[in-house]
Design a protein around this ligand. Sequence first.
Ligand code: UDX
Length: 461
Amino acid sequence: NAATAGGPSRRRRRRVLLFPLPYQGHINPMFQLAGLLHARGFAVTVFHARFNAPDPVRHPAYDFVPVPEGLPAAGPGTIVETLEHILALNGSLEAPFRERLAALLEPPGARDEVACLVADAHLLTLVDVARRLAVPGLVLRTGSAACFRNFVANPMLCDRGYLPVSAESQLDAPVKELPPYRVRDLMGADSRSSHGHDLMCKLLSRAVEAVRSSAGFILNTFDALEAADLATIRRDLAGVPVFDVGPLHKLSPASSSSLLQQDLSCLDWLDAQAPASVLYISFGSLASMSGEDLAEAAWGVADSGQPFLWALRPGLARGAALPDGFAAATGDRGLVVGWAPQEEVLAHRAVGGFWTHGGWNSALEGACGGVPMLCRPCFGDQMGNARHVEHVWRAGIALDGGGVLERGAVEAAVRRLMRGEEGEGMRGRARELRSRAAAAVADGGSSRLSVDKLVNHILSL
Ligand code: UDX
């Protein structure tokens, strides 16, 4: 109860205000954080854009404040469109957010009740607005600590000529200042046009600025996974308290923040499969692939002979469907659903491998499930995540994101991952990650202690 947690002088229940970036991969961790803070006695108000708005009915304990952004409803597509959309959101949310926050603070006692705002790292303008209204702003970054180091290093990477990428031949060069990254793994390596490069630089520098001027920085990661990166961030951000509270989905009740309906029937299907036999395939909420890549992926999986569960999001392949003959060729060896309960799927004993685009939530959920991963990154932080899965965690294989997929390469990668000694080694290291994640969120674990510190910090603001 917040009254006791805050000490005898604090009689009121304190309220945290949250503002997620309206994409699935950012909404989930923010709602997991909401669940965590609510369980520790805070009242929760979620401010949100109209785009990808959460459903208040599914979160009866929270208050919701819609903030109209006045942008066209169409979601982002390419990396450049995504960057443009995020920057446009910052501009268009600023004034209506200021108005709604000021209104929320107006009633007598309301200002004292509000402890802080926690905004996504890409909503810099909102942290500023809150500060000007005397509300302390904390920042949640939903990606890895390693990726945030990449954000901080971006100006140096540009000065030293790593970025923008001007020739294919540059892509495999190691970035010696930021191991284990190669140039192709950097944020922005995929936005080659000068417009794309400028947008990426703007987005990264604004996120770093938001964090530096914040009252606290929250990361969905844990010490045993990214100790060195966390130590560097703490040094770089001297003065800003850093809270590594991940994996959030293990600390907070199962997420009900899915924007798409999860098909739960696949769990029954998994129940009937042999232990560690199924390859789970999902490319997250934003990544897309060509119809040609989809067909090659499908035939590679079919030819591998491996049982599979495929969460094939509507629109993943821009309207293209699985190739004719695929269903007949795979029969009851495979199940295709539109959207899966991913956390439960990855924790299921029948799942023995995960083909992912390498989004940070997926990478963490895969690690917590103890499953080795085949990573086919598309854009943004996914290349760096795939690099970590393969080279640092040594719990998976990266399928180079550059070229067109080829069914023979897919088949060989699935076999390496799911069968034989090499796959067993990767599975063993994935299980080790699962144990470390479990230790981090257990009583006395590093993330639990970080949550305690975060709660005390918020109450002290
Ligand atoms: C995006 C970026 O791509 C990612 O790299 C970044 O770190 C966060 O924002 P997204 O592409 O959607 O996110 O990937 P990811 O981070 O993996 O998040 C997807 C979320 O959707 C996960 O929490 C996953 O559990 C959930 N999901 C995915 C489902 O619930 N069902 C599915 O079928 C697939």
